[in-house]
Design a protein around this ligand. Sequence first.
Ligand SMILES: Nc1ncnc2c1ncn2[C@@H]1O[C@H](COP(=O)(O)OP(=O)(O)O)[C@@H](O)[C@H]1O
Ligand SMILES: [Mg+2]
Length: 397
Amino acid sequence: MIAALAAKPEKLVVGVMSGTSADGVDAALVRLRGSGEGLSWRLLRHETLHYSVKVRDLILRCSEPGSGDTASLCRLNVLLGELFARAVAHVAERAGLDPQSIDLIGSHGQTVQNLPAPVTITGITVRSSLQIGEPAVIAERTGITTVANFRARDLAAGGQGSPLVSYVDFLLFHNRSRGRLVINIGGVASVTAIPANTPRDRVLGFDTGPGNMVIDGLVSHMTGGREAFDHGGRYGRKGKVADELLARLLDHPYLLTPPPKACGREEFGRPFLESILKENSALPPHDLIATATRFTAESIAFACRRHIMPHNVYEEAIVSGGGARNVYMMEQLRNAIPELSIKESDEYGLPAAAKEAVAFALLANEAIHGAPNNLPSVTGASRPVVLGTIVFGRAPQ
Ligand SMILES: Nc1ncnc2c1ncn2[C@@H]1O[C@H](COP(=O)(O)OP(=O)(O)O)[C@@H](O)[C@H]1O
Ligand SMILES: [Mg+2]
């Protein structure tokens, strides 16, 4: 069944992504031909299904260190599987396609814990990360073969399990003459560095620190939960950056840690937010948001300057993720790295909000071809491996 699927000259694949922002599920429908460096792709449709406040709260409760319980997690795994299946049906419907014509789904899942640093328990080394949104439910509801659980194999091979999108960034954006940085600003921010005319094993990539996570938390606090993010960056723009707080935030040990590295709510979630709020109660909320926005931009710039730009020449940066819509953040980023031409991925035919969902469609396609789809130079894995657990869809006729 998988061999027959891989052999199809053209496939319709849906990528499903729900990131650390827990804002909703993105589903991207793409038409793919081939795989690996011979791949050609076209985005047919992208849809976001926003989570209800109830679902978002459940996700956040299960994701914040020490706040979830196993029964809630167990149920949320299935609930998200159902919602992901609906997102697939929705994007197919909006594209005017019968869902039966879709060949494959790639689902990243919702990260609830990311613990890639090795710990030793009874003499056994454990690196772990948990993405939920049960693929068996997705496959059963849609009848479509589903690839999920991408990070696990990379972790098992000694890697960080992320960022996985760097492999796709390489496929989509490598260029003979231009060195490119591909920056994604979701809940967490990440960068992929692709020197001009480089083979895949020379690509670097890592999480630079928070993306929108701290800003979202401050906006939610300021508005009593009525708003979840700083629309267009308008609150940040009204504020004044608090230099002393900014300097303290930039002192965070994560920023200095050399790659490979990945982060999440464990580093920049609720406890981090609460310490900012507690220690800066005298600062107006808009100033806090302005400072968090500058911190995000500066931490991305710092990562590029310290860990990437000394090693190669880069001309441009291509930005994706919901943070690309925060105009104030984009201004701060342009100010922080003026030597790079900073563009949004939309200019390359890839809407900023669709990028990561497209990536998981491509990673699923690689998986059914049995093609290694991690980048050890990025994740730190000991070798290239095929990422993804495959759950069969409808039985072959
Ligand atoms: N119009 C906008 N203005 C400012 N920020 C936005 C806008 N749209 C989305 N965002 C930010 O992007 C986040 C979602 O980005 P996304 O790429 O989906 O991240 P994740 O992968 O973590 O879910 C939102 O939580 C919000 O902070
Ligand atoms: Mg999202």
